[in-house]
Design a protein around this ligand. Structure first.
Ligand SMILES: C[S@@+](CC[C@H](N)C(=O)[O-])C[C@H]1O[C@@H](n2cnc3c(N)ncnc32)[C@H](O)[C@@H]1O
Length: 279
């Protein structure tokens, strides 16, 4: 059997996009998130106002087509952080991440990759707000909707010097990373940890993207739903330095809010873990 870089959990259960928006508090009680109240069969164009540039972005949700076609709660947090950064670049949790990527004599456009983009809001907003070259990625069947959303925001992108391309990137598929190329300053993702059979493929892709690139960070927003989510962190900490960058203020009556983490690959080589292609 091939060597694996991370241990794999056996726990496999069907995930339904609707129950996925349930969160579990520390007592094990579940709460429904408000994103879900739209009619599932109807394509929806959703507007998102970006305060720092006084611009509305548009994304298309197709809830009847599954969990890849709706906006998830953590995405909003990952749009708010660059919005805050743009308003005051010296403050805020993204400052250190972005200055690490941009410092040095070779000042140029940021290159950002988003994993599991879904509707694409996070990547498109980052491109617009940071004037960045962004590659939004997901499973192949999601790409046409990502292209639709990128096109819907072409005016805002051009006005702010940003650019978005959509490309298939299946977690754990080394060939997909090779096609896109690993040279990104920043990797973003929201709500990508939800099914334990995806933990290891996602970590392998992160390994390919961060390995040997000390200035590249993976910034990930996560709404904890189940206690088993912590297994992802346990595996991740074996290969990456993980720190909390930001925590949303919890809504009234809830002890759970979106948390934003930064992963860096500094210690990968020191740990002597197997390379992704051997996994
Ligand atoms: C819960 S949704 C989150 C979507 C979006 N990031 C958001 O926050 O609105 C998880 C996303 O991960 C994508 N995904 C799931 N498994 C994947 C895999 N093996 N490779 C690439 N993307 C995957 C799904 O298609 C989906 O778009």
């Amino acid at each position: 059997m091939a060597t694996t870089m991370f241990e794999q959990d056996e726990d496999e259960e069907d995930i339904n996009p609707f129950t996925m928006l349930l969160t579990q508090d520390e007592n094990g009680d579940t709460k429904e998130h408000s994103t879900l109240h739209a009619s599932p069969g109807v394509p929806q164009l959703q507007q998102h106002y970006i305060r720092s540039i006084d611009t509305e972005l548009t994304i298309r949700q197709l809830p009847s087509q599954g969990l890849s076609f709706q906006l998830w709660p953590a995405a909003t947090t990952l749009v708010n952080l660059p919005d805050d950064h743009r308003r005051d670049p010296r403050k805020g949790p993204l400052s250190a991440v972005l200055s690490a990527a941009l410092d040095g004599p070779d000042r140029r456009r940021l290159k950002i990759l988003e994993l599991g983009s879904g509707t694409g809001l996070v990547g498109i907003a980052a491109a617009v707000m940071l004037g960045a070259n962004v590659t939004v990625t997901d499973l192949p069947h999601v790409i046409p909707n990502l292209e639709f959303s990128a096109e819907a925001n072409s005016k805002a992108l051009t006005a702010n010097g940003g650019n978005v391309v959509a490309s298939a990137l299946r977690w754990g598929e080394e060939a997909d990373v090779e096609v896109i190329g690993p040279e990104f300053d920043l990797v973003l993702a929201s709500d990508v940890v939800y099914h334990d059979h995806l933990y290891e493929p996602l970590l392998r892709t992160l390994y390919s993207l961060l390995s040997g690139r000390e200035t590249t960070s993976f910034v990930r927003a996560h709404l904890r739903r189940w206690k088993k989510d912590s297994a992802f962190f346990k595996k991740a900490r074996k290969a990456f330095n993980v720190e909390v960058l930001h925590e949303d203020t919890h809504s009234e009556g809830s002890r759970i809010g979106v948390v934003v983490y930064r992963f860096c690959g500094k210690q990968i080589r020191k740990l002597g873990l197997a390379k992704a292609e051997n996994a």
